[in-house]
Design a protein around this ligand. Sequence first.
Ligand code: PBG
Length: 327
Amino acid sequence: MSSYPAARSRRLRRTPALRRQVTETRLDASMFVLPVFVVPGNGIRKEISSMPGNYQLSVDELIPLAQEAEALGVGGMLFFGIPETKDEEGTPAWDPEGPVPQGIAAIKEHAPDLVTWADVCLCEYTSHGHCGIVKGGVVDNDATLPLLARAALAYAAAGADVIAPSDMMDGRVGVIRSVLDAAGFTDRAICSYSVKYASAFYGPFRDAADSAPAFGDRRTHQMDPPNVREARREVELDILEGADMVMVKPAGPYLDVIREVRGMVDLPVVAYQVSGEFSMVKAAAERGWIDGERVMMESLTGIVRAGADIVLTYFAIDAARVLKENR
Ligand code: PBG
């Protein structure tokens, strides 16, 4: 093996064309999934102040956004709903007329090339903001499972391609799989939020979805940030229950976890670049402290380099546009 001066690493970095040829990580818009917040009503387009460029949208306003995403080759859309009313059990989560089923059906019709992903969790639908039924001050795992399954079923019936439970209850993947299968939806995929940390990076989302817990926090069901062996166990259990894809969330601060999961499974690995990751880039760029576009692309490259096949990101449209311009 030769070394300097015969060996010179800079030779392959000399021109943009050379650098393009030796690129080890390529992004494609089809890897991106755009999360959206759907509200009841018509003509509603309300910007989320902590997530510039993201809106709570009624279904009619969602359609042009979906068509823009589709035209740019974005892979899919992940649906969150903000219901008119909330209650103790999160009943509006499985209302077939709710914003999520209506949004999914509209996108299936008007932007059919997008893969429709339905987030399944009760926190947007419960009056207390917890991810399940609360009994004696704690989230009751087993009582919550049938409710999650009902929500999953409503989204599948509306046309969801991927059911994505994000609540972190034990056993939910298996229960959702069996309820979907019994109803004839054997062809719908489950992407489990297998490795979801109790993260402060979800802050802006809880504004967007109006889902901050009224008391306590989510540490009894979401994972503790220091743990990675536990992530392996979560992934194993979800695969045994029938998950088709597994997710790590957040993404940027957990690249080692993405790499760990990549190394242990052959299923697609999904990473969620969450609201706080997005908003930090936006805020620093607004102040002129960083080049927002370059940081956006670099952050996505890092997530894919770590081993993600699919990235859920609020940058989906902007990043797809950059990829298109640079082609
Ligand atoms: C739960 C859910 C959350 C996010 C996605 N699904 C919030 C939470 O667990 O508190 C966070 C997404 C983000 O921050 O972008 N329904």
